[in-house]
Design a protein around this ligand. Sequence first.
Ligand SMILES: Nc1ncnc2c1ncn2[C@@H]1O[C@H](COP(=O)(O)OP(=O)(O)O)[C@@H](O)[C@H]1O
Ligand SMILES: [Mg+2]
Length: 585
Amino acid sequence: MPTRPLLRLARDFVWPYRATAAVVMLLMVTEAALTGGLGFMLGPVVREVFIDKDPQLTFILPAALFGLMVLKAAVSYVSGVSLAEVGQGAVSDLQVAMFKKVTRYDLAKLNAMHSGQFAARFLNDAMLIRESVTRTTTGLVRDVLTIVALMIVMFIQDWPLALVLCSVLPVTALYTLSLGRKTNKAAARGMETTGDLATHLSETLDGRRVIKAYRMEDHAIARASQIVSDRMKHWMKAAKARAAATPSAEVLAGAGIAAVITYAALRGMQIDTFTSFLASMMLSYQSIRSLSNFWTVVSEGSAAVERAYAILDMPSEVVDNASDRLRLAPPPKRACVSFKGVSFEYGAGIAALDRATFEVPAGKTVALVGPSGAGKSTILNLLLRFYDVTGGGIEIDGQDIRRVTVASLRDAMALVTQEPFLFDETIADNIGCGKPGATREEIEAAAKVAAAHEFILALSHGYETKVGEAGVRLSGGQRQRIAIARAVLKNAPILLLDEATSSLDTESERAVQGALTALMKDRTTLVIAHRLSTIADADKIVVLDQGRVVEQGTHGELLARGGLYARLHRTQFAEARGAPAAVAE
Ligand SMILES: Nc1ncnc2c1ncn2[C@@H]1O[C@H](COP(=O)(O)OP(=O)(O)O)[C@@H](O)[C@H]1O
Ligand SMILES: [Mg+2]
């Protein structure tokens, strides 16, 4: 039943606007009654003015008629505005609720989400839902009541004829219903292709360098044209079905009018009866026409509401049922991280980590080393509780991380990744998000530690420079230093570095490396790096292979062992001594 999601929506999101909604209903009832009154009055007016020719009424009646219509227009305006308030208000609340939910999603769900499709849906569904909220109200209250009121007038004027017209109604209803279904299906497909288009568009912009370097422009254009023409096909189908609704209703109305005139002539109907009847019929035609795509709007809206609730109802896997905050040992000795037989799999069957056991002593640096896919990043993901371990446990200063609040856990860590993410805000904001409420002095001090202060001052607006879309106006090294300044400002006891310098050229790597060394000092650090000196300088090296810890020790010890580390040292790290290969975006 398509009404079910709409009822839920009404309960959760329209209910807060019930006072305004009640006013809307009241106004709509009034409007329907006024329309009925208008239909009823028209006959007597015509009679008085044309047949009886009452000199006084000739002016009073048309004026009264006009007054009635003005009143009806005013009521209609106020109810329309109030209804929009209810619909827009409910949808705005729904959007904020969805955004909240999505922002707090588990990383696994966010990773699985198709951002283009999601964005298209988020915006388009809001429109469909708003439409369905306002249309169900106008349809069920105003239009239906107007038709009922006008029907009553017609029955009063000439009930046998009214009865005949009544019997035609179900046929009209069935016909519009079938048109609605067609529109529906086509519109749903059109919606999907809109999502495809959004995805393709953002892909093309994000991958601009690859697209140009591989001369894939024609391919990208061809794909866009294909999606656009697919989309056009679906929308055309929907448009055809939609467009058919009005003319067919009009033809039907034409037949009705012709039949009524013929019948009136044959029966010798009075002019006032005839006028009232015909006027009521034509007035009700408007309501019938506006009801014609009622079903389409309702079922489109209902499907959109279902999608919204699919998001709102999604359960969280990383559950924060802990009430305890993470308690760290007082400085200088604080935050000892230990992995105790940790196993984890992203999907069923393939172990990303297999009984990994190692310790990062407080204030020390541990380098995670291993071939690509060995599980290095997974270790950081688990420590941040982006995912929960499937076996074993992780402790910080003896506390299992599942026993403390996620907020206090993440507050204790700063993460710097290979691709620094900068928001479309000022540089000061981008650094400042490391510590809410940070002063300008603190931000600048952090930037100095991160070797970013100089180049920031050289920018056109200094710290107030907008970073721009995905940080395009800054070099990779500059962006990375801003990300490091953010981590410096956060001043968390645990530092996580995931290939923070891997995508940089030698020169910016040197600048960033200096900043990182300052940051790592006296902090518990887990570092994933390709740079030999970073690894060799670590207090301990943990070597991973296929999710297992295969060796651990210092650089010297591991080299002497002649195991995997020694082999990686000979092959993989060799290039790090020269210039690291530039990594394309
Ligand atoms: N989000 C993910 N979903 C499914 N599998 C993943 C995900 N991230 C990583 N993996 C898999 O888990 C294993 C370990 O990955 P990762 O920890 O990223 O390796 P590393 O950082 O050492 O290169 C790999 O086999 C990888 O394919
Ligand atoms: Mg990795």
